[in-house]
Design a protein around this ligand. Sequence first.
Ligand SMILES: C[S@@+](CC[C@H](N)C(=O)[O-])C[C@H]1O[C@@H](n2cnc3c(N)ncnc32)[C@H](O)[C@@H]1O
Length: 287
Amino acid sequence: MTGSARSDHDSPHGTPHDDPHGHDVGEILDLDADLLGEQIAAIVASLPVRTAPVRIVDLGAGTGAGTFALLERFPDARVVAVDASAEHLRRLQHKAEQAGVSDRVKTVRADLNGAWPDLAPADLVWASASLHHLSDPSAALERVRALLTPDGLLAVLELAGPPRFLPADVPVERPGLEDRCHDAADRRVNAHVPHRGADWGPVIAAAGYTIESDRTLTVDNPRPPAGVVGRYALLVLGGMRRALADDLPAADLAALDRLLDDGDPAAVTRRDDLVVRTTRSVLLARP
Ligand SMILES: C[S@@+](CC[C@H](N)C(=O)[O-])C[C@H]1O[C@@H](n2cnc3c(N)ncnc32)[C@H](O)[C@@H]1O
């Protein structure tokens, strides 16, 4: 799989999704969708549905990266987009109106760590980069199994590796900077997002599903659209800079500052050598 990538949205991996002070998440999710659109569409196109789904649930829908790909692929379907964030759902709704598909989308604001809204029945449940956010993914998977129709399908996408933007030798004064940022971020994120990077196959199977496929997709796009990837890198690396101020050596922080300074010729917003590399798990399962 080549083309582009998406981020995890787990601050301090750069996005303030788990950062109550963050304000860039919706934009990051939209940039993510721009960069990963082709890949999401390919995954959706290859879903082994037995009959065309009519009722789809997008769990942790964010700003709709999955929702719109699903609507496009399944023209007779309606999607219930569930998310805890009113702001993400507002963006999603706005996009649905712009695209003329608002009659096929229902947004439901709900914290899936609490009482669940009535979502049954669902022919297809799509959960992209959302399960790991939940306090008890196993319990959530059992709930999902109960709302899936007998021939229904669960599609779980999870990030296997965070997005990388810099070529290995960049920045020249601090090679390996991005690796060190991610190592430091892992130490922080793992403490409060314990399910991130889980081995999802066994978790899904233990919740009573039959795994239909479990694959890891590698995204390696050496030439992403410059404007989009520059902005995306700015927001992600900027989030890391803020979150990791106490964790990185001063020289790394200074190198990050240069990358984030739009007035610097080395800034991510001015470079033409940014890449997008990441890996993603895609699991398909039957109830
Ligand atoms: C990384 S984003 C993924 C968004 C979207 N699925 C995508 O692929 O672009 C994770 C989403 O899960 C939502 N989320 C996190 N915890 C949640 C919870 N407890 N209940 C409902 N949604 C939650 C967030 O608001 C966010 O939109």
